[in-house]
Ligand binder design. Sequence first.
Ligand SMILES: C[S@@+](CC[C@H](N)C(=O)[O-])C[C@H]1O[C@@H](n2cnc3c(N)ncnc32)[C@H](O)[C@@H]1O
Length: 216
Amino acid sequence: MTDYVAATRVFYDAIAEDYSAHFRSVGAGRPLERAVMAAFAEFVRSSAGGGGQVADLGCGPGRVTAYLDSLGLSVFGLDLSASMLAVARRENPGLRFEQGSMLELDLADGSLGGVVAWYSTIHTPDERLPALFGEFLRVLAPGGYLLLGFQVGDEPRHLDQPFGHPVSMDFLRRRPDPIAGLLTDAGFTLVSQTVREADEEVGESSPQAFLMARRP
Ligand SMILES: C[S@@+](CC[C@H](N)C(=O)[O-])C[C@H]1O[C@@H](n2cnc3c(N)ncnc32)[C@H](O)[C@@H]1O
């Protein structure tokens, strides 16, 4: 396991309970987030594979996993952090959650109808993104869909001692166009790029991007 993956796991193990409590009221997000997820669910259900399994990679406490389940998708969550997974299992007893890294998925080629990486690629360094997107493509069946969510910007946001815990982490912000370019370089067909402005009322400091792509 590389240093940044281990550091990410330590960070989220420390903050899992507080992170979950903080985001509980947000649910799967605001109207645009829910609209994008609804479109993703419809695409997956009507795709060539007839709507195979969906993996919520970097699922954290499982709030998005639960929302995708409520949209009728057959979904499971995967995360690095044992503490996040403990919260996810406790709060969503009917759903399946597994531990692992999305950089090396223990899944067969072409075995999924959809992949969601909702604010979970934000700790993967730029130089590892081509390999990560290649891994997403590998596990998707032809006609399967990928959905990414991430903060928009050029500079990382450094978080020190969140919720009073003695840990710190960089949150990488990115521009949608270069990410879309990396997705097409990896072999995806781009479906949509949605960007909404920062909602300052809830303390956001950057716009948010939601990219959808399809394995041809
Ligand atoms: C900002 S949280 C987002 C959690 C969830 N998707 C949500 O929207 O609430 C990022 C999550 O991604 C997970 N993560 C980061 N890198 C990962 C990797 N390489 N493999 C699996 N999980 C990862 C972290 O452990 C953490 O739970």
